[in-house]
Write a protein that binds this ligand. Structure first.
Ligand SMILES: NC(=O)c1ccc[n+]([C@@H]2O[C@H](COP(=O)([O-])OP(=O)(O)OC[C@H]3O[C@@H](n4cnc5c(N)ncnc54)[C@H](O)[C@@H]3O)[C@@H](O)[C@H]2O)c1
Length: 255
């Protein structure tokens, strides 16, 4: 059977754990050559080990997505290793540890750090990755939003603002690059069980119970369930989908 990403090269940020690691494994299993990108060098090495164990091909790239020089070098390294670039998956993100924090309590450093990783990081990967997608004759960009962009679910001010802005940026990019054969979509997960949400439990130990109860399907997603949606958006199966916000939230936003 033909693999769904055969012949494609994917650049996945935040690939040291959670949804990014799951995507690296799923994309590689479907035939993509994967650049697994993260600030966490040890975590990303473990992702490479898991990809290889599953018979896939990947390289680890240590990179802070909020640093332009590092992003530029990471894109260059990917093209040097695999010869081209077809898919950008902007998955790296950080959140407030205290999801109930208010603007009054939030200091400027935390506001800016979250803006820099989530929003500026997405912009920088697009800035330096899009020329390679154009060179390859087109491609697919997946930007990670969140249900925190759509409803007032706990998420905190800077985090929610970045995710809303990522949807707007996605629409801008989709319109701008459609004629160049580049599709750009936002993926908005609901509650996903990852190291990010595990860390939030240190401040709010009831998170799993409360978030699961708020979700019509009655549970959080496993990272692979989101990676499978990203796989659809990355593949040619979504060839008529661009500028969309694909919600994968177990029904959270419909109740
Ligand atoms: N977990 C959820 O419930 C949930 C819900 C909606 C959206 N999201 C979004 O999904 C994405 C993945 O989150 P996750 O749940 O897998 O979290 P995670 O914390 O498990 O993974 C995020 C990864 O991003 C990396 N990262 C952080 N800062 C970075 C930087 N400056 N440069 C490069 N990499 C960096 C981390 O090292 C980590 O490996 C994020 O954008 C997050 O906002 C998560």
């Amino acid at each position: 059977m033909l693999k769904r990403l055969e012949g494609k090269v994917a650049f996945i940020t935040g690939a040291a754990g959670g949804q990014g690691r799951a995507a690296a494994i799923v994309f590689a299993r479907e035939g993509a050559k994967v650049a697994a990108v993260d600030v966490d060098a040890q975590g990303v090495d473990e992702t490479i080990r898991l990809v290889k164990e599953a018979g896939g091909e990947a390289i680890a790239i240590h990179c802070d997505v909020s640093n332009e020089e590092q992003v530029k070098a990471a894109i260059a390294k990917t093209v040097e290793a695999f010869g081209k670039l077809n898919i950008l998956y902007n998955n790296a993100g950080i959140a407030h540890r205290n999801i109930f924090i208010t603007v009054e309590e939030l200091d400027v450093e935390e506001w800016e750090k979250i803006q820099n990783v989530n929003l500026k990081g997405t912009y920088l990967v697009c800035k330096h990755g899009i020329p390679e997608l154009v060179r390859a004759g087109g491609g697919s960009i997946i930007n990670t939003a969140s249900t925190a962009a759509l409803i007032n679910s706990p998420g905190g001010p800077s985090y929610s603002a970045t995710k809303g802005a990522i949807i707007s940026l996605t629409r801008h990019l989709a319109a701008t690059y459609a004629k160049k054969g580049i599709r750009v979509n936002a993926l908005a997960p609901g509650y996903v069980k990852t190291p990010m949400t595990k860390a939030m439990e240190e401040v709010f130990p009831d998170l799993d119970r409360v978030a699961s109860e708020a979700t019509p399907l009655g549970r959080g997603a496993d990272p692979e369930e989101i990676a499978n949606v990203a796989l659809f958006l990355a593949s040619d199966e979504s060839s008529f989908v661009t500028g969309a916000v694909i919600v994968a939230d177990g029904g959270l936003t419909i109740v």
